[in-house]
Ligand binder design. Structure first.
Ligand SMILES: [Zn+2]
Length: 71
């Protein structure tokens, strides 16, 4: 299994879509817990890191790549 790489500002896809129908979440805070914000309805949730990693499907857009292009 490959290790999932994610960081602050990344847009990620979870295994289960948000109830609003959107399956894109933005990582807005990282620590012991990770706060993710639904791109569709702007609702944010705080989840423990371990739970987040088990629910994470893939990283759709990496913030690191985006900032490299603009600088
Ligand atoms: Zn939503």
């Amino acid at each position: 299994m490959e290790k999932k790489q994610y960081q602050l500002g990344d847009i990620v896809q979870m295994k289960k879509p948000h109830p609003c129908g959107t399956n894109e979440m933005e990582i807005i805070r990282m620590g012991m817990d990770i706060r993710i914000k639904c791109v569709g309805c702007k609702h944010s949730v705080l989840v423990p890191r371990t739970k987040f990693e088990s629910k994470l499907k893939k990283v759709l857009r990496s913030n690191a790549e985006a900032t490299e292009e603009t600088s």
